[in-house]
Design a protein around this ligand. Structure first.
Ligand SMILES: Cc1cc2nc3c(=O)[nH]c(=O)nc-3n(C[C@H](O)[C@H](O)[C@H](O)COP(=O)(O)O)c2cc1C
Length: 293
């Protein structure tokens, strides 16, 4: 798969084939991809625990399920592998000096940019170390986002489905359930497995509502030729609901023994999304506005 196609093909998968195991080498490739994400001062603060259901203690897994938001239970139970993404705060407060300075002999940074060992040790490092924990954690969450995005794309490239899963039900208990030490901040779970569903791409806000030209509020116009090119490259794909999507969901729900009801939404709220001031104006598949649910 080419990069644009991989980006366009990634979906948040909410039904997995529980019977199809994930190859260990694919998990290795996913983790390697995360390891090579860019990170501040080269600090590599994003870590992960790989939870393979075949070997993970069942009672511990049940505790994880209890920490996850209820709407994530199906993915957690169906995906054969769960990756718990973590931030290691020691990577900032204890190891940053080492991981940053390795960029000198690696010849990644130069004196021309103002980088000298003296500057790093006497100015940059003390300043970074003075950051309070919540600020450092915020910074490291950005980094984790990069690593996780690499992991999601690598999984897609390998034909796997993924879904990030929040653990908002019992956030304070979650680290204990995972058994992580004080310096580790668990941030997100990721379900990994073979997708049982084939959804289309999910709607996104209009390009010109997101991107600004020169100053905030001056829309950057979407180039239609570029858009067409990206449709050919697979970055922009046919949007959900694809033909037969509802039947697919109903069959999956029936097969797994869940309710076949579709979520409701008032018709006037659907119509609003088709109005000119909506961020989705011109971006939603035609036909939905007449349908209602
Ligand atoms: C940081 C983050 C957390 C997310 N948490 C959840 C979650 O807890 N449960 C879930 O079903 N989807 C979760 N998602 C997936 C989004 O809901 C998803 O991006 C959205 O449905 C659009 O679909 P797509 O990812 O297929 O484009 C998360 C995504 C991100 C980036």
């Amino acid at each position: 798969m080419e990069l644009f196609d991989t980006i366009g093909t990634r979906r948040s998968v909410r039904f997995f084939k529980p019977w199809q195991e994930v190859e260990e080498w694919k998990i290795q490739m996913i983790l390697q991809s995360a390891r090579y994400a860019s990170c501040q001062g080269n600090c590599n603060s994003t870590e992960a625990i790989v939870i393979d259901k075949r070997t993970y203690p069942e009672d511990k897994f049940e505790q994880i399920v209890e920490c996850a938001s209820p709407f994530n239970e199906i993915q957690l139970r169906q995906a054969p592998v769960i990756i718990a993404w973590l931030i290691n705060m020691d990577a900032w407060y204890k190891e940053l000096i080492q991981t940053f300075q390795v960029l000198f002999p690696a010849r990644a940074i130069t004196a021309a940019h103002g980088w000298t060992f003296k500057h790093l040790t006497e100015q940059t490092y003390p300043r970074l170390m003075s950051f309070p924990k919540d600020k450092a954690e915020d910074l490291l969450r950005i980094e984790a986002g990069q690593a996780i995005a690499h992991a999601l794309l690598a999984a897609t490239e390998l034909g796997l489905g993924t879904c990030l899963l929040a653990t908002g039900r019992k956030p304070t208990e979650f680290p204990q359930v995972l058994g992580t030490p004080e310096n580790i901040v668990p941030i997100w779970l990721m379900a990994v497995g073979y997708s049982a569903e084939q959804p289309g791409q999910r709607p996104r806000k209009r390009f010109d509502r997101l991107f600004h030209s020169g100053e905030y509020g001056k829309p950057l116009k979407e180039d239609k030729d570029v858009r067409k090119e990206l449709e050919m490259e697979g970055l922009i794909q046919p949007m959900d609901p694809l033909p037969g999507r509802e039947e697919e969901l109903k069959h999956l729900c029936r097969m797994f023994g869940f309710t076949e009801d579709m979520p409701d939404m008032p018709k006037d709220k659907i119509l609003e999304m088709y109005e000119e001031d909506s961020p989705y104006y011109g971006e939603l598949p035609p036909g939905l506005e007449k349908r209602g649910v």
